[in-house]
Write a protein that binds this ligand. Structure first.
Ligand SMILES: C[S@@+](CC[C@H](N)C(=O)[O-])C[C@H]1O[C@@H](n2cnc3c(N)ncnc32)[C@H](O)[C@@H]1O
Length: 280
């Protein structure tokens, strides 16, 4: 049976290794430009408030996986809580170290940084609060990577400690978007070059790998030939899948919030925030 609009064009099967390499590239490229990252997410404040509140409530120390250039780690350290940030991106960590130089010594002392893969790194320390904010989990593309990561999480949690992370809920419109179509956003001045750029996004979803590649398209005003694209590969985890992964990897969901608001998550929320504890 075919639908009223005719059968969709068949796509060539993704060559597993090639697709894996492309996703891997899209898990790093966005973080090669910390100045743009800071500008792009400067208005995202709800999660910063939420995680800082949790850190204060826990008393610390806190472990943050995928700390990036400190959008969340820095406010936590400023609030008086000791935090260890793990990230594998050299540019993001370099930018965070640069920002730290402008902080008082007490804040600098509270923030310890470790470069490495969050699926592998062992710190030999347990924390009452382990965080993995802002879709960092979506950079794990295989079941094995998720399993290795959740094992590390359990190894770093105290018996009553909480693991808290947030992920975007898959958006059917983005998953079904025509990969050639550009969704345009207002022009802005790029923080690195200072040049005015037109900005657009393209969405290309692989339904078998469940990976959405978002292409961030930057086009300097009046110079289309100088346009460049930055891929961002995001594994799409559906809520029931997350619950199963947590369950079968020794974690119990204590609470699930929507969009960093109190109370149960409403069905139209765009971000899910999970609070988990290791099962005995
Ligand atoms: C969306 S950013 C979040 C940064 C910061 N937590 C924030 O909220 O602004 C994701 C971060 O995770 C890091 N990351 C992705 N995969 C990683 C991995 N396997 N191990 C360590 N860091 C990783 C990236 O380098 C990036 O800095």
């Amino acid at each position: 049976m075919t639908g009223g609009r005719g059968a969709p064009e068949r796509r060539a099967p993704a060559a597993a290794a090639g697709a894996g390499r492309a996703w891997e590239k899209g898990s790093r490229a966005h973080y090669d430009d910390p100045l743009y990252f800071t500008r792009a997410y400067r208005r995202r404040r709800d999660d910063v408030r939420y995680y800082t509140g949790l850190a204060l409530g826990s008393g610390g120390p806190v472990l943050e996986y995928g700390c990036g250039n400190g959008r969340i780690a820095l406010p936590i350290a400023r609030s008086g809580i000791a935090i260890t940030g793990v990230d594998r991106s050299a540019p993001m960590l370099r930018d965070l170290r640069r920002r730290l130089r402008g902080e008082p010594p007490s804040v600098r002392q509270r923030l310890a940084l470790r470069r490495g893969d969050m699926c592998e790194l062992r710190l030999g320390q347990r924390f009452p609060l382990v965080l993995c904010p802002f879709n960092t989990l979506l950079h794990l593309y295989s079941r094995r990577a998720v399993e290795r990561f959740l094992r590390r999480v359990r190894e770093h949690l105290t018996a009553r400690g909480q693991f808290v992370f947030d992920v975007s809920v898959p958006d059917p419109e983005q998953l079904g978007a025509d990969p050639e179509r550009r969704y345009r956003a207002p022009r802005f001045r790029h923080p690195r070059s200072g040049a005015l750029v037109r900005y657009a996004e393209r969405f290309d979803y692989d339904p078998l790998g469940q990976v959405l590649v978002v292409s961030l398209v930057f086009e300097p005003a009046g110079r289309p030939a100088a346009a460049w694209e930055v891929p961002l590969s995001l594994r799409q985890f559906f809520p029931q899948e997350i619950e199963a992964l947590l369950h079968y990897n020794g974690l119990r969901v204590l609470d699930r919030r929507g969009d960093f608001r109190p109370g149960p998550a409403p069905s139209d929320c765009t971000t899910l925030v999970y609070h988990c504890r290791a099962r005995r």
